[in-house]
Design a protein around this ligand. Structure first.
Ligand SMILES: C[S@@+](CC[C@H](N)C(=O)[O-])C[C@H]1O[C@@H](n2cnc3c(N)ncnc32)[C@H](O)[C@@H]1O
Length: 245
C-alpha cells in the first residue's frame, strides 16, 4: 500500500483497518513499541538533524556512526542490508512508500542483527523536511519509478529541480548522490537537474564512501533480460547552490 502524502509528519494509519493490509499491524507496532527499527508519521518529528543519535539510542550502540547513507526506494532492503553488513560504522537509512517494503526491510535488518539500519516510511519528495542541511553523507536512488506508460506521467518522476535542490541541501560537503536507472531519458534529465544545482559528476564507477558497485533487485532483473542500465555519481562540493536556498 503506497503512501502519497508529501508531508511525512502528518501521515497516519489511524482509521485504516488491519484487514486492509497484512503489514499494517507491524508498522503500527514499530511506532508504538519500537519492535522494529522503523519510523513514520508523527513519530518522525524528532528525527531531522538527529538521525544518528536516535538510531544509535534505539540500537543501544556505544560507538557513534561515522556517516549516514540514505537509500531512497529501498524496496525490500536487499541493497541496503548488503551495504550495512559491509560498512558497520555507517548508519544506513532506507526510505520507501509502501507498508510491505518498509516492514520487510526492517524485519530483515532485525533478523540479521544489524545495528546500523533504520527504515522510514515517507515520500522522498519531502527530503528537505526529513533531514537537516548537511546531515546526509550519501544518497542512493536506484531505479526510481520511471513513469513511462504515458507521456504526461513524466511529471511524477522524483528527480526534478525541486528534489535536486533539496538533495543538495541535505548532503554534506563531499557527500555523494548515486543514481541508477534503465531509462536513458530519465537519466539525462536527472543529470541535468543534479548538474543544475551545482553537484559535480564523477568519472568513477563506485562512490567514494562505499567503494563497491552494490547492485539492486531491479538492476539484476534488467541485466538478466539483457537490458541496458545507466549509472552516475555526483559530489556536493563546497558552495553548491542547494545550501543557498
Ligand atoms: C522500481 S523500484 C526500485 C527498487 C530498488 N531501488 C531496486 O533498484 O531494486 C522503485 C522503488 O521506489 C519506491 N518509491 C517510489 N516512489 C518513491 C518516493 N517518492 N519516495 C520513496 N520511495 C519511492 C517504490 O516503492 C519502490 O520500492
Amino acid at each position: 500500500m503506497p503512501i502519497k502524502y508529501p508531508d511525512p509528519f502528518s501521515y497516519s494509519t489511524d482509521g485504516l483497518s488491519d484487514q486492509v493490509n497484512p503489514y499494517l499491524a507491524a508498522l503500527r507496532e514499530a511506532n508504538t513499541d519500537g519492535g522494529l527499527p522503523l519510523v513514520f508519521g508523527q513519530a518522525l518529528v524528532p528525527y531531522p538533524g538527529k538521525w544518528r543519535e536516535l538510531a544509535a539510542a534505539y540500537h543501544q550502540r556505544r560507538e557513534p556512526y561515522a556517516k549516514l547513507v540514505l537509500e531512497i526506494g529501498c524496496h525490500q532492503g536487499r541493497t541496503l542490508l548488503e551495504m550495512a553488513a559491509a560498512h558497520p560504522d555507517i548508519l544506513f537509512i532506507g526510505m520507501d512508500i509502501t507498508f510491505k517494503r518498509v516492514v520487510t526491510t526492517a524485519q530483515r535488518a532485525k533478523a540479521k542483527g544489524l545495528n546500523n539500519v533504520f527504515v522510514v516510511l515517507a515520500n522522498a519528495v519531502a527530503l528537505g523536511q526529513l533531514f537537516a542541511a548537511g546531515e546526509v553523507d550519501g544518497c542512493l536512488i536506484f531505479f526510481p519509478d520511471p513513469w513511462i506508460k504515458k507521456a504526461r506521467q513524466a511529471k511524477n518522476r522524483l528527480v526534478d529541480e525541486t528534489f535536486a535542490r533539496q538533495l543538495s541541501e541535505v548532503l554534506v560537503t563531499d557527500g555523494f548522490c548515486w543514481l541508477k536507472t534503465d531509462q536513458l531519458g530519465y537519466f539525462e534529465n536527472s543529470a541535468e537537474q543534479l548538474d543544475g544545482v551545482g553537484l559535480v559528476r564523477l568519472d568513477t564507477p563506485t562512490p567514494p564512501l562505499l567503494g563497491t558497485n552494490f547492485t539492486s533487485t531491479f538492476e539484476q532483473r534488467f541485466h538478466q533480460k539483457g537490458l541496458e542500465t545507466y549509472a552516475g555519481q555526483w559530489l556536493r562540493m563546497a558552495g553548491a547552490q542547494g545550501h543557498l536556498i
